[in-house]
Write a protein that binds this ligand. Sequence first.
Ligand code: NAP
Length: 230
Amino acid sequence: MAARIGLLGGTFDPIHFGHLRAAEEAYQKLALDKVIFLPTAVPPHKKRPDLSPFSLRFEMVRLALSGVPYFEVSDLERRLPKPSYSIKTLEVLKEQVPGGEFFFILGFDAFLEFETWYEYQRIPTLAHLIVVTRGGGDEAAFAAKVRELFPESKQENNFWWRLPRGFSVRYLPILRLDISSTFLRKAVKNRESIRFLTPDPVRDFIFAHGLYAADLASPGAREDYDKSPE
Ligand code: NAP
């Protein structure tokens, strides 16, 4: 039987429990064999001059996944032409794993802008689209968006739309964890705690490398940070 492979692309600057939970729920609910995390080298849609280097974002993902046998991280997009277009990544993965059945996981916000993605219509000719939605409750908006993007799709039920060529678009409600990378970056800059929002090894890595607040890497700064009053 073909391996069922989830793909979660992201800027991951930094990775947090929201990303991990989305991958975990997709893994379990869709009976995937594994989920590959794909840090983007140059995000096509985010022009952030302060973007952390690929090697550091990759390392944070690697640390976050450690000990989970069905999660892995790939540096594929570092090696592909920039910016990192998802369709190009999928084409290469399809060649690398010829028999694999791919499930491209993305959040609802990303899905609402899907028509801005490079050659977006070709993406579900290579992979199923799995739209993870924090808390659920957006079924009507999801249905309207699927109709707009893929008028040729056929609705099976509120959660599942069939596309030509055997692929589908699925709506996957997941636990709502209102954590964002933007929040984490701001919190570090403002000396607010990020404990319990990202795995401890990622938190340690952020401090050790002075990510989001360069002066935090200096001796003693970490202790001051941990004890800083509200
Ligand atoms: P990100 O901010 O690191 O987030 C990665 C994914 O995790 C997103 O789909 C996001 O969904 C989801 N997520 C974030 N916080 C979450 C939470 N608390 N709970 C559950 N899910 C959460 O990455 P990104 O910068 O949006 O990039 C996503 C991927 O899309 C990348 O692989 C990028 O290359 C790709 N992309 C491709 C194109 C293109 O091909 N032209 C254009 C744009 C993006 P939400 O969007 O809902 O936050």
